[in-house]
Design a protein around this ligand. Structure first.
Ligand code: NDP
Length: 450
């Protein structure tokens, strides 16, 4: 009989925490999970899922417009923000309930409240103390606000999901995933949208050419891009917010959304009491077995500030459960993690950018294609799809794939499997395409590389 109340005590019922709890329970562990809000964490409640639902909602505007070229006369469409938000909330509630049921069915003890570490093996929640052999911190991350005067007048993505009405005009500050995705959503839904970013292109870290193409495409769709521009202050006057810029100019709108990254949720968790070390961003420092410097205290997902992506947290959770309770020490391979920015159009990517590939491999072959998607031959819309493959010259292995265009996330997901399995460019070339698709262009890039 264990001297602890639980084999695993998880703090945070988000994607990583719930998966770790469920798999561990299935492997026979006695598991408790603590959660302060609704189960599902950022992904379900204020991230991937509601974002994708709003994204879908916003793409209808283009669909109505495109329909005309195909013979449809569509009455001027009317959009109802409250209906979209209500339906989104209903779906999120359904997912919350599914998460709860899955945990209950797995025999996990769910404790609602704020859990605080009181030692390497002990947690206090709702005035009651529990002990566990392993404690997993999976508390995720929170959007940050800038350190400028008037930052409190702005909102973050958390609030964007619950706005009482669609803003007529919105300023979005930032150039990462969230900024670009929300720019597409609000612009698509009809808000006049300005994106202000300090860099020369949004989405630092993605392939340069893909970033350029995306910036052009989102500008064409009507998002005003102010690049190489910093916000120095936000002022509120007469129901408007005035955003002061470092070039002496200003922009105003009814709403300002900051999307400037997310800070790990490590405050007031008792980590200091337990002696857990954090990095300078406040993230829990862990080894490849997810252990902090206190071996019984583990962490994974966004709170460790590595790749802040749901599927990464889930993969880490399964590796952790196998390591702890299946006697199978498992490490996560972070190479070739594909991701998609649900911008309009999507930008999706797997593997290295061209710059990274040249740094790591020296000589690389780059294949690219840019074309007008077939659908738009009849809509009159001047939208470009861009695709790029990067190949290691010495081995012919494909080491990067990038796409800007409709359904890029769906297409790159398939290509990520091939790249992860070590596919060569000849492997792409010998694949017969599905015609007519955009994706087939990835297997017909046979031209002499630049
Ligand atoms: P990101 O880290 O993606 O982007 C942050 C942006 O804010 C960057 O453009 C950065 O500029 C800018 N920035 C940071 N600090 C400042 C500052 N002080 N002043 C001006 N600009 C600043 O963060 P997000 O908030 O967009 O998203 C957080 C994470 O969530 C993402 O990194 C991603 O991992 C995840 N996510 C994933 C999604 C997906 O998979 N589709 C969707 C949404 C989020 P610079 O580049 O110059 O540093």
């Amino acid at each position: 009989m264990s001297r602890y109340d639980f084999d695993l005590f998880v703090i945070g019922a988000g994607s990583g925490g719930v998966r770790a709890a469920r798999v561990s329970a299935r492997l026979g562990a006695r598991v408790a999970i603590a959660e302060m809000a609704q189960p599902g964490g950022t992904c379900v409640n204020a991230g991937c899922v509601p974002k994708k639902l709003l994204y879908y909602g916003s793409t209808f505007a283009e669909a109505f417009r495109d329909a005309n070229g195909y013979g449809w006369d569509v009455l001027p469409p009317q959009f109802n923000w409250n209906r979209l938000i209500q339906h989104k909330d209903r779906e999120i509630l359904r997912l919350n309930q599914i998460y709860t049921k899955l945990m209950v069915d797995a025999g996990i003890v769910i404790l609602y409240g704020k859990a605080v570490l009181t030692g390497p093996h002990s947690v206090l929640i709702n005035g009651k103390s529990y002990t566990a052999e392993h404690i997993l911190i999976a508390t995720g991350a929170t959007p940050v606000l800038p350190n400028i005067p008037g930052a409190n007048f702005s909102i973050t993505s958390n609030e964007a999901f619950h706005l009482p009405q669609l803003p007529e005009k919105i300023i979005i500050i930032g150039g990462g995933y969230i900024a670009v995705e929300f720019a597409g959503i609000f612009n698509g839904l009809g808000a006049q949208t300005t994106l202000i970013h300090r860099g020369d292109l949004p989405l630092r870290g993605f392939d340069e050419e893909a970033r350029e193409v995306l910036a052009q495409e989102i500008s064409k769709k009507g998002v005003q891009l102010l690049l190489n521009t910093e916000v120095t202050a936000i002022e509120s006057a007469g129901g408007q917010l005035n955003v002061q810029l470092n070039n002496g100019k200003s922009e105003s709108a009814g709403l300002v959304l900051c999307a400037l990254g997310r800070r790990p949720n490590t405050e007031s968790l008792g980590l200091e009491t337990a002696g857990v070390l954090l990095d300078k961003e406040g993230a829990i420092i862990i080894n490849r077995a997810f252990q902090s410097n206190i071996p019984s205290i583990l962490a994974l997902g966004d709170v460790t500030n590595r790749l802040q992506l749901t599927p990464v947290a889930i993969t880490e959770a399964m590796a952790l459960a196998s390591t702890l309770f299946a006697n199978q020490p498992t490490e996560v391979d972070y190479a070739n993690v594909a991701s998609c920015v649900f911008s309009q159009p999507n930008l999706a990517s797997v593997g290295l950018t061209e710059v990274q590939a040249r740094e790591h491999y020296g000589e690389v072959n780059v294949f690219r294609n840019s074309f007008r998607p077939m659908k738009h031959t009849m809509t009159g819309i001047n939208e470009k799809t861009f695709m790029k493959l990067i190949v290691d010259k010495a081995t012919d292995r494909v080491i990067g794939a990038h796409m800007v265009g409709a359904e890029a996330g769906e297409i790159i997901q398939g290509i990520a499997i091939a790249i992860n399995a070590g596919v060569t460019k000849s492997g792409f070339d010998s694949t017969i395409g599905i015609h007519p698709t955009a994706a087939e262009e990835f297997v017909t890039m046979k031209m002499v590389p630049r």
